[in-house]
Ligand binder design. Structure first.
Ligand code: SF4
Length: 516
């Protein structure tokens, strides 16, 4: 497919064909040229949309009015397709529809590249994409649904009028979807039963001789199954092509950081330096630290040592909440010399790395505290480590015991464990926030341990001094760790350089943090 300059708004036949319908199975990859700036901006926007899908999937009933309304408004804000024109008399697609469909198509494929890399990433991506697809399919008019089925060769056998008459009673009693509707006014499809397992499992369909008889309203289940299967296969195939993608030095760091991407406030800028005293850390850790940091703090106090993964995660968090370099040096030194490290060894082996974290050594980069996505998805803890996300990395039984020690109610623990089981780790953490702050709904979407801290301070009313100014800019984590390059304003060249730079810098910092 040839790429036409967007300025001319010229649309080729193949593009008109590809974007002729508001919904697609993403069967063909985009083949046009685009700038790295647009590449990154599209990916970040889709990530935001999928995060919203994830949050709504747990906080609302899927496809309820509230769910649909919120997803409509997020899709609209991010310039994605949100409510296809259902007026069939209008021409098929205008330029703005075209732009939205193009963005949808390209951004899906970019995230495929970023999210095919591990089993966890694939599972998360498929779940959110399937939910997004379901919402969009549901928004189509009956005519558009039929068009979609035809366009994608999903032409299931229609049950004949004669057969419907013969099977009338059975069809009515087996399918909830047809109660109150005349069978003769309804289209039924004959589908191999293995393609309709969701309906079979919930006993919502009539089965005969290996075929499920599905009313038109339930065909969405089949289409979604199909979408899930295709996406799962496509991700496996994409994973095989990763070595080729990774050899492109502009894309590799960008994709790596996208899969760990955190899209939100930047917590690297210290607005509250020195506003927290070292004496405040103990009480704050019990009241306002998320579980990951509470666990790290407790281990540090007990063992007078943390391995490098823990020092990175906790050290950057403390920096983000306002510890100055001098305070950080004092904090780590006083704790370490209570254990097996003497003051001399601390100064030689560890002080450099603390100064490095504050941008006072090496490349003098001001490092960004880790986001939840980074903590959850990278560098899993091994034996003897205390870093990571307890909701993701702890055994459920251990997590339960920990929550009991922290006086979370039995019903609260069950709710948290249920969310963990569904792999909604940040939502589990948010539930922990609600329960430990004794509130119904904190009304924020958790993305970052430092965000947890700030929100906690707001709730506890103690955030006057340490609360972050509201106008702190929003930017993605990967670009925030670089010298102020924003996700949407960077040029393509600088976006790639920024990501590359971040990878190098993180590696460099990691090496300084290795145990001496
Ligand atoms: Fe920490 Fe985020 Fe995990 Fe909560 S969800 S424990 S803030 S990493």
């Amino acid at each position: 497919m040839e790429f036409f300059s967007r300025k001319k708004k010229s649309i080729s036949n193949s593009q008109a064909e590809l974007y002729g319908h508001p919904l697609q199975f993403y069967g063909q990859p985009p083949l046009e040229n685009m700038s790295l700036t647009e590449f990154e901006a599209f990916a970040v926007d889709r990530l935001k949309l999928l995060k919203t899908v994830e949050n709504l999937g747990v906080s609302c009933v899927k496809l309820s009015d509230q769910y649909t309304r919120k997803l409509d408004s997020e899709s609209k804000a991010l310039h994605f397709v949100y409510r296809p024109d259902t007026d069939d008399r209008k021409p098929q697609t205008g330029p703005s529809d075209y732009e939205k469909r193009r963005k949808d198509h390209i951004s899906h494929f970019i995230l495929r590249l970023a999210y095919c890399q591990t089993e966890d990433l694939r599972r998360w991506f498929i779940q959110q994409e399937v939910d997004l697809f379901r919402y969009r399919f549901n928004n189509l008019s009956p005519k558009q649904k039929l068009e979609f089925l035809h366009k994608n060769n999903l032409q299931y056998d229609t049950v004949s009028v004669e057969d419907k008459k013969i099977l009338q009673d059975k069809l009515v009693s087996s399918s909830y979807a047809v109660s109150g509707v005349k069978v003769e006014d309804q289209d039924f499809y004959k589908v191999p039963f293995q393609d309709a397992l969701d309906l079979v499992r919930t006993r919502k369909v009539y089965l005969k001789a290996g075929y499920a008889y599905i009313p038109h309203q339930d065909i969405v289940t089949i289409v979604i199954n199909d979408f899930r299967t295709r996406l799962s296969k496509a991700l496996a195939l994409t994973a095989r092509s990763l070595p080729a993608v990774h050899s492109d030095e502009r894309l590799q760091p960008l994709l790596n950081h996208l899969s760990h991407a955190y899209v939100g406030q930047d917590y690297s800028m210290q607005k509250n330096v020195g506003k927290i005293s070292l004496e405040q850390i103990d009480p704050l850790s019990g009241k306002s630290f998320p579980l990951c940091m509470r666990q790290l703090h407790q281990s540090l106090r007990e063992n007078h040592h943390l391995r490098h993964g823990g020092r990175m995660q906790y050290g950057l968090f403390l920096k983000g909440i306002g510890l100055s370099l001098e305070q950080a040096l004092q904090f780590w030194r006083s704790e370490f010399i209570r254990g097996k490290v003497d003051a001399d060894k601390f100064d030689k082996a560890y002080a450099y790395s603390v100064r490095h974290m504050f941008g006072k050594e090496g490349k003098r980069t001001d490092y960004t505290p880790y986001s939840c996505m980074k903590v959850i998805l990278s560098n899993p803890p091994s034996q003897g480590d205390h870093h990571g996300c307890p909701f993701r990395h702890s055994d459920p039984e251990l997590l339960k015991q920990k929550l009991q020690v922290y006086k979370v109610s039995p019903s609260g623990i069950s709710q948290i464990l249920e969310l963990v089981k569904g792999m909604h780790f940040q939502l589990a953490c948010q539930k922990y926030f609600d329960l430990t702050h004794n509130i119904e709904d904190a009304n924020f979407s958790l993305n970052h341990p430092n965000q947890y801290f700030i929100e906690s301070q707001k709730v506890l009313g103690g955030g006057k001094d340490i609360k972050r100014e509201a106008d702190t800019p929003q930017r993605s984590q990967e670009s925030s760790a670089t010298s102020g390059t924003s996700a949407t304003s960077a040029t393509g060249e600088s976006a790639a350089n920024a990501s590359q730079g971040l990878a190098e810098m993180t590696e460099e910092l990691d090496s300084f943090f290795q145990d001496a």
